[in-house]
Design a protein around this ligand. Sequence first.
Ligand code: PLP
Length: 442
Amino acid sequence: MTDFNDVYLKKTPKSKTLFEKATKVMPGGVCHNIRYFPPYPVYINRTKGSKIYDIDGNEFTDYWMGHYSLIFGHAPEPIIYALKEQLENGTHWGITNNLQVEFAELVHNIVPCAEMVRFGVSGTEATMYAVRLARAHTKRKIIAKVEGGWHGGNSFLSVYIHKPYDKPDSAGLLPEATKYTIGLPFNDIELTSQILLKHKDDLAAVIIEPVVGAGGFIPAEKEYLKALRELTEEFDSELIFDEVITGFRLALGGAQEFYDILPDLVTFGKILGGGMPIGAVCGREDILDLASPLKDRKKWDSALVGGGTFSINPLSMIAGIKTLSILQKDERKIYPRINAMGQNARQGIEKVLIEQGINAKCTGVGSLFQTHFPYEEDVTLKNPRDIEFLTDAKKRDKEFKLRLINRGFFVMHGGGAVSTAHKESEINQLIEAASVIGSKMK
Ligand SMILES: Cc1ncc(COP(=O)(O)O)c(C=O)c1O
């Protein structure tokens, strides 16, 4: 038993007991495997601003922020107020409503490529429909995704997520479901061009997270995204940006605004819902039009893009409208501030760990950051493959994580997403904690 494990066990006895109960009724005691970490996760019951509280009464500064979706922190007043007002008027209608139109107009005005918008309830659903739309529109089969890209539990894209890349990322996937999904080496223009050229006649789309999330918060090089844009145009294929993480975070208009590159389709989730469940696929009118019920065409010439029972539920609509409206109004204040804090976190954590003799690299861009522990000194982490093969994920997700929890910080992959609820002083405290931890990690 290590010292940091002991401290964790002493600090979280109620979570331990609850975890034991939880494992009897839920596989692994969780409903999303990313939320499990050994020896057991903390179970929380209260949040406010930058803080979360567990059932043992511990307070943590949270950098996970609801899977990076809470750009204003936990329970922000304007959103909670809007939700409370809406609650009186129903939680779910399932009928066309005024809010969906107002919200779609906002998205259309903010997101460069969003000529048309269709809302659903999760990012997974959005990427599933984006792939379907691209295949339907191009009448082709192949989808190229980058190695290390995570697009939710979507069967078509459940390959090339984690090493070994040549094996599926789940049991229960028909080989046929991923037969037409190919992997691309992130940020490698030459190899990517060769692969796409080989498949160009049947290439429906390339889907990419402009900053790979689960793959290590590595930003795409602008030249790489430009090359993807040019190649997909040349091959009459479509470019899909999965902006479930980067949307409304890298900039108000997301990564497409940040990089100034226009995809054909974009998928959203997370921030878009203002803390409520959401997904959206948006993009070119001629592509989204395949989902329209107004066209007189055969069902097999249309694209079934559901949205689902709970799509356009008034709570998600109102929270999303309020969130985007605030981001739009305060854009000039919000983004420079959270981005500066993100940069401080990246630079500060990396510096103090290196000063303590630890091989460390902080990746990310804007308000996003992760900390990695390379096996060797002075490595460059250029893509998810480097993260998978050149860094120690256990050290990051077990030791560093538990040691941070013991000191009152909740992180994911050694970092997270800075929100407007965070203060500069909290980032400095995190850096200080990393320094002390670094001295013990040797
Ligand atoms: C880039 C990306 N795409 C898609 C998804 C799936 O979204 P959801 O969890 O809402 O289904 C995620 C979730 O983490 C994501 O990070």
